[in-house]
Design a binder for this molecule. Structure first.
Ligand code: HEM
Length: 190
């Protein structure tokens, strides 16, 4: 989605794709919407949503603040958060709590990219999205309509790219690559 979108926005030239891929952007975009709905449904039905639930966001921010203080040496190192109770065979905590905020950041970017994408691809059917976004565009920039919609869509992509690159970076500094490939936890525990 990032690459085909960037090609459409004229940011790639013909280096990555020799021909126009724009139809794939819209087709895969629709598949992306369908799979996000399925994943969301599965997370709620299986109960795994509870690990990233809205009510846990403040806890996640507190953990990030404590991690930051520890990073600067103002606080003792953070305790290992993931814990498992062998008696009940249940996790007491399944996440490193900072991951909750990151998960929501991805969700929010999806909530921006999907409606703006739909409004760009099907302006007649999704005219109501313009009526919501136009006043914001006019107030902030003096521009509404298609132009502002593309700008929001592009800005969300920039944030998405940042988040993706931060993740690639952290998989290396937290030495997660081996665990990702073989499925057993290999990263060092504090
Ligand atoms: C992960 C999700 C997505 C990403 C990363 C993404 C990224 C991009 C980018 C970078 C552009 C170029 C913007 C520009 O011209 O500056 C673009 C354009 C576009 N996207 Fe997406 N997009 C996503 C989802 C969607 C979805 C779900 C749809 C609709 C089904 C969609 C429809 C469009 C359309 C119609 C344009 C053309 C805008 C124009 O006229 O230039 N996008 N997208």
């Amino acid at each position: 989605m990032i690459l085909t979108g960037m090609q459409r926005g004229g940011m790639l030239g013909i280096v990555v794709f020799p021909s126009n891929t724009f139809s794939y952007h819209v087709a895969v975009g629709i598949l992306f919407i369908a799979s996000s709905i399925l994943v969301g449904y599965e997370m709620i039905m299986s109960g795994s949503y509870s690990w990233v639930a809205v009510r846990r966001i403040p806890f996640s921010f507190r953990y990030i603040a404590a991690e930051t203080r520890a990073w600067f040496g103002l606080w003792p190192p953070m305790k290992e958060s993931i814990s498992y109770d062998p008696a009940t065979k249940r996790y007491k905590e399944k996440l490193i709590p900072s991951a909750i905020v990151v998960w929501w950041a991805f969700v929010i970017l999806g909530w921006v990219l999907v409606p703006t994408g739909l409004a760009l691809a099907f302006p007649t059917q999704f005219a109501f999205i313009y009526s919501i976004v136009d006043p914001i565009g006019m107030a902030l920039t003096g521009v509404g309509g298609y132009a502002f919609m593309v700008a929001v869509h592009r800005l969300a992509t920039v944030f998405l790219l940042l988040l993706v690159f931060m993740h690639i970076y952290s998989t290396f500094i937290y030495r997660l690559v081996q665990s990702i490939i073989i499925g057993y936890r290999h990263e060092p525990v504090a």
